[in-house]
Structures are given as structure tokens and as C-alpha cells.
Design a protein around this ligand. Structure first.
Ligand code: OGA
Ligand code: MN
Length: 287
């Protein structure tokens, strides 16, 4: 019989290694297939708040472990538009097949901001990787806000942004998946209004909260009026110095704080298959 994994006893053994100046840290010294102590979970949550996205390497976890790990940090949600894994409705497969051209979510975005309560985070596990390529880039939205001029910050502070689920550039990236395993009629549009400058509910820090994947326009303005400023912000918020890049390996896991980051899965592995498992954690109403 295989031996039961040992519980992670000493939280002091967490070894946190930042991977870039802007955000991101690898966490070593923890086995996510073992029962996580509450102390270790608290340390991991603090690392997430400090580094915005955290990475684990060389983990060998089942879907059950994936869910159990996620539940230490909040309620696990089902993805609104696409059916989950057989037997694990909360686990969504993020996949690009050998013959597909577009990758799921293949543009800068934060996840499902067209919901009234967008998720606090997602935990993505690599299941099948191309021989090279298929990295994911993350960006820090606190920095994006802080690096704007004071006058621009003041102008943005009172504004609201409208997020929708059907911007053509993003629906194109999930059409194939929605066709195979969609859960709602393709013409259904989800829509939510959120502050353009949000205060993180745990850190109390302000951050820029628009994203190129879902933000359609500013509330009270036309799309045409909104476009120039939105385009500027989309460009600004993904400057290289606000980002880190994660190269996946078998056994890699990424856990991002969806409230204060954006991500971009790099679509540079045409002809190869890439399969990831994602779970999504409940968040609150942005304020
Ligand atoms: C996602 C997503 C990133 C990736 O799951 O929300 O954008 O690297 N995926 O596949
Ligand atoms: Mn995403």
C-alpha cells in the first residue's frame, strides 16, 4: 500500500523565492498532496497577498487534492460559461488542442470581471504541456495604479467601468470550448459595473481595475468616448516592468490573486496540446 503523505508540520519551512521585481514568488518546502495545516495555509495566503501570484513546483496532486487545497482559501466556484471535469464540476479544463489556433483566454485579462462578484483567485495546475512555450505572464495592478500621475489617478478615482462577457476578441478564445461544453446560450451576455480604481479588501491598497478582456467602457460614457483612455490604460497596465513570466513544468501550479493581477497565456506552441486544470475561488463585490 502506498504510504500516506506526511502532514506539513513546520510552517517555518516555507521557502518563498520572488521571481521578479514586480510580483510573483515560488514557494518551496510544501507538499500539496499532504494535509495542509491551518498555519501553513495562513502563511500561503500571506505569501499570495505579498506576491500577488505564487507558484509551486514538482507537485503531484490529484483533482481531490486540488480542490482540498483550494478550499483552505475560500469557496470553490463553477466557471460560469463552460462545463467542468467529469465528476469534478468545479474543475475546469483549460485546453488547446494540436489543431487549434486560439488559446483559451489568450489576451491580457483578469478572470470573469463581468460577474457582480468576480473571483478572488484561481489555482491552475499543469496537466499536459507542449515541449516548449505556453508560459503565462502576470501583471501587478497596484503598480499599474501607483505609476500613473497623480492627476490621472484623481481623474480615474471616481469612475466606474462596465465589464461584459462578450467582447469579440475574448469570445473568440473560448468559442471552441463553449461549443463543446458550454453551459449557457452563446448569446447570453453577463455584465457588471465596477470601480475603475479598486481598494483590495485584504491589503487596503488601491489598484487599477480595468482589463482588456472584459472592460467595454466607462459608465456614463459611450464606447467611442471611452476607447482612447481605456486603450491607454490597457497598454500601460501590462508594461514589462509590471510583470513576471512563469514557465510551466510538469507538476507546476500557479495561484493568482485575481483582484489585483492580470494574466496572459502566451500562444506560442501551435501544433501541440496543452491541458491545465483550474479551480476558481469566490470573491466579493469590488469597492
Ligand atoms: C485561466 C487562464 C491561463 C493559462 O485559466 O483563467 O487565463 O496559462 N489560463 O492557461
Ligand atoms: Mn484567465
Amino acid at each position: 500500500m502506498p504510504q500516506a503523505a506526511q502532514p506539513n508540520v513546520s510552517p517555518q519551512t516555507l521557502d518563498i523565492r520572488p521571481v521578479a521585481g514586480a510580483l510573483g514568488a515560488e514557494i518551496h518546502g510544501v507538499d500539496l498532496s499532504a494535509e495542509l495545516s491551518e498555519e501553513t495555509a495562513v502563511e500561503i495566503r500571506q505569501a499570495l497577498l505579498d506576491h500577488l501570484v505564487i507558484f509551486f513546483r514538482d507537485q503531484d496532486i490529484t483533482p481531490e487534492h486540488h480542490l482540498a487545497f483550494g478550499r483552505h482559501f475560500g469557496d470553490v466556484l463553477e466557471y460560469p460559461l463552460i462545463k467542468g471535469l467529469e465528476g469534478f464540476p468545479e474543475i475546469m479544463t483549460v485546453v488547446k488542442l494540436e489543431n487549434e489556433k486560439l488559446n483559451f483566454g489568450g489576451l491580457w485579462h483578469s478572470d470573469t470581471t463581468y460577474l457582480e462578484e468576480p473571483p478572488m483567485g484561481s489555482i491552475l495546475v499543469a496537466r499536459e504541456l507542449p515541449p516548449q512555450g505556453g508560459d503565462t505572464i502576470f501583471a501587478n495592478m497596484y503598480l499599474a495604479y501607483e505609476m500613473l500621475s497623480e492627476a490621472m489617478q484623481k481623474m480615474l478615482d471616481p469612475l466606474k467601468g462596465i465589464s461584459v462577457s462578450n467582447l469579440p476578441k475574448v469570445t473568440a478564445t473560448r468559442d471552441e470550448r463553449a461549443r463543446v461544453s458550454g453551459t449557457i446560450a452563446p448569446e447570453t451576455v453577463l455584465k457588471a459595473t465596477h470601480p475603475v480604481v479598486r481598494t483590495h479588501p485584504e491589503t487596503g491598497r488601491k489598484l487599477l481595475y480595468v482589463n482588456g478582456g472584459h472592460t467595454l467602457k466607462f459608465e456614463g460614457m459611450s464606447e467611442e468616448e471611452s476607447a482612447p483612455l481605456l486603450e491607454y490604460l490597457f497598454e500601460h497596465q501590462t508594461r514589462p516592468e509590471f510583470t513576471c513570466r512563469f514557465a510551466w513544468q510538469p507538476g507546476s501550479i500557479a495561484f493568482w490573486d485575481n483582484r489585483c493581477t492580470q494574466h496572459l497565456p502566451v500562444n506560442d506552441y501551435h501544433g501541440y496540446k496543452r491541458v491545465m486544470h483550474r479551480i476558481t475561488l469566490a470573491g466579493g463585490k469590488p469597492a
